[in-house]
Design a protein around this ligand. Structure first.
Ligand SMILES: [Zn+2]
Ligand SMILES: [Zn+2]
Ligand SMILES: [Zn+2]
Ligand SMILES: [Zn+2]
Ligand SMILES: [Zn+2]
Ligand SMILES: [Zn+2]
Ligand SMILES: [Zn+2]
Length: 1754
């Protein structure tokens, strides 16, 4: 680095290094004016060290600063060498028992749900693991940065405040000991001096605003003309805008611009140009001009280099202070004193104040440095934390205002420290009482929401963008209020009471501004033109919800406070609605002889608002009066007499009527905004302080007034009064054919009104309303949710309201009401309702949405049918009301209620027209049921002295009064029981009558007055019951029969789907039970089966018929017929790779002939197994191509497959494919000439082949040399003599049809193209090699999967796999017929030469560097090209066998050379067997041949075991290969799993069981071969340890090991920093599951160029690690990412589950996550099976939005 600097700079460096820290410090100690001395030092040196050029050199600057600037301060402070001084300080220190670790972005944090005082109390990972909370219910989140560990803070934890580490420090703590006692006077004095100067300097320079002038005492004389053009961060401009502008303004490359933009975003500023003033000014104006068009311009300043230098050092200094105080609590205390000491300007002039008040003017980097210093100093010192909190509260208003106008995110604002201060209960309490904090927060909040309407209510209607932005920011104040209230006081002082109530007043003012805001009027005639703004008001309501609840919680804790609050709230409500009758006309209503005065008001005509927070707060407080019994204890203190029930109920009732009318379709023209408001009003996020409280308010009102009056007012507000007050209204309706719409509207309104009555009477599960506790309430919620359907934990949580601690209280009760069902490999764990809880089901549960209600009804009826019960869903038995609400039940037996019931029943009996509905009836029946339940309970609980006043049964037995003289309700029910049109409700009516009779019995038994009038009906009923029972029995039989048939049908359907799942989903499940392998013909079952060689078992030819999936025609597979093909997908693969750093560098030059045993880049072929005619496929493919071209022209859409690359989806199963494989018969049978019994032995054969090769080579040479020399060559030819029967001029005829030949070429070329990633070229000599390679590689990968899963080699394979392997092998064997004969011969010669050396091939790989199976496949499949010219009578089979034996021998030697010989003396004493002796002898030979470089001889047993284990995978691959090549059935022993089957494999492969015999039988040639193999330089180097080699057996690759606990991954990722931007934290750390590399994904900093395109780190990584395919875990999101190529990708569910069997993609819930091994195995299996790309294809087909994602940027 230094060499690049100008010489002048270097000279400065030298002079700087000569500066002595000790001397400087010495000078300072003598100084009279220390400040001046130090400032002079800084003025002189700082500009010499910092900012010497266009680019910063942080390491060098830091080094020099430490030496010249900080060093002296440390010497001065310690009074000696700081290397000794600081450790001494550290030793004397009593370390703090607080952890205080400041969190990095993305670091995991833990909160205990049992013990944390509030959810903001968190632990760092280390403390958490050492705490008691790890065994509690905890929640895990990732930190957004800022904030620190609360370990050791006794106020933060109800239990276990210390972890093991920090507990150690607590034993000796004396309360509030002054930490200064551990320091000497001298040190204290000096520290004080130096801290005061340095802290002041830092504050002064960081808040300095002039651009070219320094503070006077830092100014120097000779000032250079060097400036920086400084670019600042804002949150307005995008990355792209900044990058684009910079390229223009400062002429930099895109890369540099990205670098600048990244730094600006991270640090908040970055100089983008260095030079003279003019030069910088010019860049500034370009930037400003370019960015000012739409928005405010980017902030740019031209600053003198010395100012920037001092500011950089200022930052350094603050971090230094942070470090130094870490040595001692005493130093920390001194720094706090210095910081909070009032400055010369009085109030707000301390250094801490100055920093805070300048916060919004500072750039991001400076802010975070000083915030961190505050956290490690002021917030870590108990005494000063309090003083700081007071400063913070005093400045609160100003800080918040600064924040609101600033545009940086909250975490970069000092205002964000509120969470650290306000959540400390003692501080919060102190600030409330001493600084009136509650009031300040609320007032500040109100000040920022100035926009009001004429009535003083908030008005968000015409908000500008800026106001909306401000509104968003100002909401954070609500959080502050929440923090202050979150821990509730245990003791109340008078001061606290007074200040809380003062705050409560302010809060009421706030609510008052919300009461009635956003009023709406029904739109009639035409639709509204513009959707009104509604979200702002609801946002406010939603954010305040918890605060409102907490206010009530506080009030509940103190009776005096509750009474005062109640009074205040009532007063404010009266102010809001004091004159609610103003201008509205009073009217009188009367029904059944009752009458009431009210006003004329129609929701459908006048203004109505959904926002009534004051009423609702009062409702909440009223319930508390009841719950805490204050209402009975101090009735005289309460303004109960002032309460006007009609006033209380008026507005909530209007709001509920509005909902009913919206539902009835009366507000359609008001648009979606209203629908949305109604939705949120009922939604789980809001309902607690909206809908629920409105119901409570109505309950309050009803309990205080005559229920008849209430019902009449309600009828009037529902605009139904006319209908029920006028007799025969219904009749008149049906006779006059009025508007059907109006009637239906009224029907809905009646239904809604009945529902509302049900809720008013039935909803008694809030403690205080009914005699229940909080547990009953939550239980009931859960029961009703689970009545709809079984639910996962997260679904259930979402449907329950959360409190301010984000708790639903669910865990404590769930066990009591539900069973948990564990998840399988997919899906989630589910909770199911316990059957005994079903009786608590209430069809009209008030939190059901309409959809939920009907689902629940259906589910519950179904359940009852299954249990053979009748399907009535009667109302459940309810808990009694609290005394304050007790009178409410009378509404059920009130005259008006009975009149309503009677009217509706009457309509149902008359059943004329459409003026009634079944739901209406159903609700009335429910209400009757509720009344009966109520009466029964009253009777059950009756005591001697009380008379039961609830006499519903008596009332419904009486007939109606004059003038209409209708029959009694009971009589009407009896009539309805037989009405054919009410079949569904029969069971319910029956239940009602039954209950009625039961009640009557109780009454009869307890009272003397029998109820005579109903006797007749009972008689009647019993006879009716009988034939009803008969009918029911028959119906039951019919139902059972029907159900059985249905079950059968659905079973059939399921089967159908299951079967086709195989087809459609194509999961490559090896254990799937598919059809048995075709060729297990019984005729050969008794013979020993041999797969190859002269003794190969002869298989009678089998004819094969297949059906084309496209045209459905059947065809036989024959040599000369039209080609049939399988859809196939060829891909490069590194699944088996043992060396991920290796990949094909230059594909054009790459020679794939020899596969390295590290299998670093293979070509895999897979197929879905679907067969087509070649011509059908071609037609299909052409049409896909044409369609795709049209589509791309029309709309630039992507597809899940890349047509230009030859990709298509299988027309049947939509499986991604990119080529087709032709179906062939066993090709050897075509070429195998008659077997001649006298076949050469291996030695002889090798000799013959060598001669043939030599002859060929001479021929080739002759062909390639010019004609002039031909005579000479002919001579050579004579000399050579052709081996007997060898006719190199013979060219065999290709037996295949044109169509098959074409397909052979097509597939061959595809394999070549994909495997090498080159342009297709069917002439390339490497085409045949690629075909053989793909065959070998695919077999090897299948063999690995089978072994890993302990599956038998020839067990039942899924058809598609079997078909694929067979076709692939036969194709590879036939491919030579379409390739150039001489090319294939050339390959054979070269391959052969690697084992049997000849003169023409010098530089072949040594046997350590050849994968023997690939070699075998190549040799065997190339051999026919040579053999076809040999007429000497050597059969193809003989050749195969000898090639196989030869390669096997080479492999054995390979294994022996590379087997690691860990000594194992145990078995040496065993008598050595034949194999052991043989292998020992062979080893000795090797030992000699390698010049004794091979290790000393281990035991024979050991060697033999190595050989057997090492060679097994090879033998298995060979068995598969020859099986598919020759079609010989597999031996039955190999079709079942069990022991290794070594002998069976040998027999099948025509090998001696003692493999070493191969060497002994052919010992004439063995020695020569072994010598040639071992005399290789590479072998020597390996044996001498100079290089590595693969040893056998190769282990299967696995995905990396993942930790059991997900948080350790998060922790690992939080320590990971972007490799490109110097220590910066990565935003999207992503883990490669294949190799374990962590990557910085989805970020500009780590984009690289790949094939001319910018790609993200993940895509780039897939190219080196997985040949384009990648499996990643996005750590922050807890999401698996699959990538394939640049355009394909999908997300996949992660292998981590919480205790409820659910994943947490996005880490939103924060439940602890643990590794699910089965799911991880499933991902690994997808990888092993090469199914990642296929999985992506299916995911993209299923979800088109995945196609649009720019996967390459991840
Ligand atoms: Zn900690
Ligand atoms: Zn700790
Ligand atoms: Zn705990
Ligand atoms: Zn066809
Ligand atoms: Zn298919
Ligand atoms: Zn990797
Ligand atoms: Zn990066």
């Amino acid at each position: 680095m230094a060499s690049e600097l100008e010489p002048e700079v270097q000279a400065i460096d030298r002079s700087l290094l000569e500066c002595s820290a000790e001397e400087t410090a010495g000078k300072w100690l003598q100084a009279t004016d220390l400040t001046r001395e130090v400032y002079q030092h800084l003025a002189h040196y700082v500009p010499k060290i910092y900012c010497r050029g266009p680019n910063p050199f942080p390491q060098k600057e830091d080094m020099l600063a430490q030496h010249v600037l900080l060093g002296p301060m440390e010497w001065y402070l310690c009074g000696e060498d700081p290397a000794f001084g600081f450790p001494k300080l550290e030793q004397a220190n009593k370390p703090s028992h607080l952890c205080g670790r400041v969190f990095k972005v993305g670091e995991p944090t833990y909160s205990c749900r049992d013990c944390a005082v509030d959810p903001t109390c968190v632990l760092c990972m280390e403390c958490f693991l050492g705490s008691i909370h790890r065994d509690h219910r905890y929640r895990m989140t990732t930190s957004g940065g800022g904030g620190f560990c609360d370990c050791g803070d006794t106020e933060a934890w109800k239990e276990g405040p210390y972890c093991q580490k920090h507990e150690l420090n607590t034993s000796e703590i004396e309360e509030e000991e002054d930490p200064l006692v551990h320091l000497s006077e001298d040190v204290i004095a000096r520290t004080y001096n130096i801290f005061a100067i340095m802290f002041r300097y830092a504050v002064e320079i960081l808040t300095w605003e002039k651009e070219s002038e320094l503070p006077a005492d830092l100014e120097i004389v000779e000032k250079s003309d060097t400036y920086y053009c400084m670019l600042f961060n804002d949150e307005v401009h995008t990355y792209e805008q900044v990058i684009y502008t910079l390229q223009k303004a400062v002429n930099c490359t895109q890369k540099e611009a990205i670098g600048f933009a990244t730094t600006v975003d991270r640090d908040g500023r970055r100089s983008v140009r260095y030079g003279d003033f003019q030069y910088c000014e010019q860049a500034k104006s370009v930037i400003v001009r370019n960015t000012s068009r739409q928005t405010k311009p980017l902030k740019v300043q031209v600053m003198h280099s010395s100012i920037v230098a001092h500011q950089n050092f200022g930052l350094k200094l603050l971090s230094w202070l942070g470090n130094v105080i870490g040595y001692s609590d005493g130093l920390r205390r001194i720094l706090c004193q210095v910081g909070l000491q009032e400055g010369p300007d009085g109030e707000n002039s301390s250094l801490v104040d100055r920093l805070m008040l300048n916060d919004s003017k500072l750039w991001k980097g400076a802010r975070s440095v000083y915030h961190q210093l505050f956290m490690s100093s002021l917030l870590m010192d108990l005494k000063y934390k309090k003083l700081f909190a007071i400063r913070f509260a005093k400045n609160y208003e100003r800080l918040q205002s600064d924040y609101v106008t600033d545009d940086h995110d909250r975490e970069f604002s000092i205002a964000d420290l509120s969470v650290q201060i306000f959540t400390v209960p003692s501080l919060a309490r102190m600030l409330i009482t001493e600084e009136n904090l509650m009031t300040i927060i609320i007032k500040t909040f109100m000040d920022h929401l100035r926009h009001r309407d004429a009535q003083g209510r908030f008005q968000f209607e015409r908000y500008t963008a800026l106001q909306a932005f401000k509104f968003r920011r100002v909401q954070s104040l609500i959080f502050d209020l929440k923090y202050v209230l979150i821990s509730k006081p245990t003791e109340w002082s008078d001061d606290l009471r007074q200040k809380f109530l003062e705050g409560f007043d302010a809060f009421l003012e706030l609510l008052k501004c919300m009461q009635g805001m956003d009023p709406i009027t029904r739109q009639v005639g035409q639709h509204i033109e513009m959707e009104p703004e509604w979200e702002a008001a609801f946002t406010l309501q939603m954010k305040l919800t918890h605060v409102i609840s907490m206010m009530q919680d506080w009030c509940a804790l103190d009776e005096k406070v509750l009474i005062e609050a109640y009074k205040k709230c009532l007063a404010v409500l009266m102010q809001c609605h004091g004159g609610f009758t103003d201008g509205e006309q009073p009217i009188t209503l009367s029904i059944c002889g009752h009458s009431v005065e009210t006003i004329r008001y129609c929701v459908s005509q006048e203004k109505v608002s959904i926002h009534l927070p004051v009423s609702r707060l009062l409702a909440g407080l009223h319930v508390l009066l009841s719950k805490s019994e204050v209402a009975y204890k101090f009735p005289e203190l309460l303004p109960l007499s002032e309460l006007s029930p009609p006033m209380l109920i008026e507005h909530p009732l209007r709001c509920l009527v509005l909902c009913a009318q919206v539902h009835a379709g009366m507000w359609r023209r008001n648009g979606f905004s209203l629908v949305n408001q109604i939705y949120y009003y009922h939604n789980v996020k809001c309902r607690r302080e909206m809908f629920d409280k409105d119901i409570v308010m109505l309950q309050t009102g009803v309990s205080m007034m005559d229920p008849n009056h209430f019902l009449m007012i309600m009828l009037s507000r529902f605009e139904l009064y006319q209908i029920f007050s006028t007799p025969d209204y219904g009749k008149r309706f049906s006779s006059e054919i009025t508007h059907k719409d109006v009637v239906q509207q009224n029907n809905t309104l009646i239904e809604e009104m009945l529902y509302l009555i049900i809720m008013i009477v039935g909803e008694r599960f809030s403690p205080g309303v009914g005699q229940v506790n909080a547990t009953d309430e939550i239980k009931r919620e859960i029961i009703h949710q689970l009545s709809i359907k079984p639910m996962a934990h997260s679904e259930l949580v979402k449907s329950l309201p959360e409190d301010e601690n984000k708790e639903t209280g669910m865990e404590s009760v769930i066990e009591a009401v539900a069973h948990f069902k564990k998840p399988g490999l997919t899906g989630r764990g589910m909770y199911e309702l316990k059957p005994e809880c079903a009786k608590e089901f209430n069809l009209y549960f008030y939190h059901f949405s309409r959809a939920e209600q009907s689902k629940a009804e259906e589910a519950q009826r179904k359940l009852k049918r299954q249990n053979r019960e009748d399907t009535a869903l009667p109302p459940p038995v309810l808990p009694p009301f609290c005394p304050l609400f007790a009178s409410l039940v009378n509404i059920l037996q009130s005259d008006v209620m009975l009149c309503i019931m009677r009217t509706v029943l009457q309509w149902a009996v008359e059943h004329n027209g459409y003026a009634w509905s079944e739901s209406m009836l159903q609700r009335v029946l429910h209400l009757i049921g509720m009344a009966l339940q109520e009466e029964k309970q009253h009777l059950d609980n009756v005591t001697e002295e009380h008379v039961v006043t609830f006499t519903f049964t008596q009332k419904i037995s009486k007939p109606g009064e004059a003038p209409n003289n209708s029959p009694s309700i009971l009589a009407m029910l009896e009539t309805l029981q037989n009405a054919p049109y009410l079949d569904v409700h029969k069971d319910m009516i029956r239940w009602i009558l039954k209950t009625f009779n039961a009640i009557k019995k109780i009454r009869e038994s307890s009272s003397t007055s029998p109820v005579a009038e109903t006797e007749g009906t009972i008689m009647e009923e019993s006879s009716r019951d009988k034939d009803k029972a008969e009918r029911k029995r028959k119906a039951e039989i019919a139902r059972l029969r029907r159900e059985k048939i249905m079950a059968q049908m659905s079973e059939m359907q399921r089967h159908f789907i299951d079967e086709n799942k195989e087809l459609f989903q194509q999961t490559l499940e090896l254990d799937a039970s598919t059809s048995a392998v075709l060729d297990n013909s019984p005729m050969v079952s008794n013979m020993a089966l041999t797969a190859l060689g002269p003794a190969q078992t002869q298989v009678p030819e089998q004819r094969q018929f297949v059906t084309c999936i496209l045209c459905q025609e059947e065809q036989e597979v024959k040599v000369e017929s039209k080609a049939m093909v399988l859809a196939a997908f060829v891909q490069r693969s590194t699944v088996l790779s043992k060396n991920r750093s290796k990949f094909i560098q230059d594909p054009e030059k790459y020679d794939p002939l020899f596969m390295h045993p590290d299998l670093s880049c293979g070509t895999h072929t897979g197929s879905c197994g679907h067969i087509m005619h070649a011509h059908c496929w071609q037609r299909y493919f052409d049409s896909v191509q044409a369609k795709e071209q049209r589509r791309q022209q029309r709309l630039r859409l992507h597809t899940s497959y890349d047509v230009e690359n030859g990709e298509f989806l299988c027309p049947l199963c939509e499986c991604l494919s990119n080529t087709v494989i032709p179906l062939l018969l066993p090709p050897r049978n075509i070429f195998n000439r008659l077997n001649i019994s006298d076949q050469p032995k291996l030695t002889q054969w090798i000799r013959t082949i060598s001669q043939q090769i030599k002859a060929l080579q001479v021929l080739r040479k002759e062909e390639s040399t010019p004609n002039t020399a031909s005579s000479k060559n002919l001579e050579n030819m004579d000399e050579l003599q052709f081996p007997e029967g060898f006719r190199p001029d013979f060219h065999p005829k290709n037996p295949y049809s044109e169509s098959i030949k074409e397909m052979l070429t097509t597939f061959g070329t595809a394999t070549y193209k994909v495997g090498l990633k080159v342009h297709p070229n069917e002439e390339d000599p490497r085409v045949p090699i690629m075909c053989w390679g793909s065959c070998a590689y695919t077999i090897q990968s299948i063999e690995r999967i089978l072994s890993d899963e302990d599956k038998p080699l020839f067990g039942p394979l899924p058809c598609r796999l079997d078909d694929c392997l067979r076709s692939l092998t036969r194709f590879a064997a036939a491919h030579w017929t379409v390739a150039s004969l001489s090319v294939v011969q050339g390959h054979f010669c070269k391959l052969f030469a690697s084992l049997v050396p000849d003169d023409n091939h010098g530089d072949l790989p040594c046997i350590l560097d050849i994968d023997m199976f690939h070699l075998l496949v190549g040799l065997v499949l190339a051999f026919p090209a040579l053999q076809c010219q040999d007429f000497s009578g050597i059969s193809l089979g003989t050749g195969d066998l000898h090639i196989f034996h030869l390669v096997t021998m080479a492999h054995i030697v390979q294994i022996l050379l590379t087997s690691c010989t860990e000594e194992n003396g145990m078995d040496q004493e065993n008598p050595a067997g034949e194999e052991e002796l043989a292998v020992l002898a062979l080893y000795k030979t090797l030992h000699q041949c390698t010049g004794s470089a091979l290790k000393e001889i281990p035991s024979g047993w050991h060697l033999w075991r190595n050989v057997r284990n090492g060679i097994m995978p090879f033998l298995k691959c060979c068995a598969l290969f020859f099986h598919y090549l020759n079609g010989v059935p597999s031996p039955p022993e190999l079709q079942v799993s069990g022991t290794s089957h070594f002998e069976h494999l040998c027999n099948y492969l025509s090998l001696p069981n003692n493999l070493i015999c191969l060497f002994q039988e052919n010992n004439e040639i063995t020695k020569l071969l072994i010598e040639s193999w071992c005399h290789n330089i590479e072998v020597k180097r390996y044996l001498e340890g100079e290089r590595d080699a693969i040893s056998y057996p190769r282990e299967s690759n696995k995905l990396i090991d993942l930790p059991e606990d997900y948080s350790s991954l998060i922790n690992q990722a939080s320590n990971f920093s972007c490799p490109k931007s110097g220590g910066d934290k990565s935003r999207a750390p992503t883990l490669c599951l294949v190799c374990g590399t962590l990557l910085c994904s989805q970020s500009y900093c780590c984009q690289t160029e790949l094939e001319g395109e910018d790609v993200g780190a993940c895509t780039a990584h897939t190219y080196s690690c997985g040949s384009g395919v990648g499996i990643f875990l996005r750590v922050r999101e807890c999401q698996v990412l699959f990538l394939a190529g640049k355009t394909k990708g999908c997300f996949y569910s992660p292998p981590y589950l919480d205790d409820y069997g659910e994943t947490d993609q996005g880490l939103r819930r924060g439940n602890p996550l643990h590794l699910c091994k089965e799911r991880f195995k499933k991902i690994q299996k997808l990888w092993h099976q090469h199914s990642i790309t296929e999985e992506i294809g299916h995911a993209q087909e299923a979800n088109q939005t995945l196609v649009g994602i720019d996967w390459q940027h991840l």
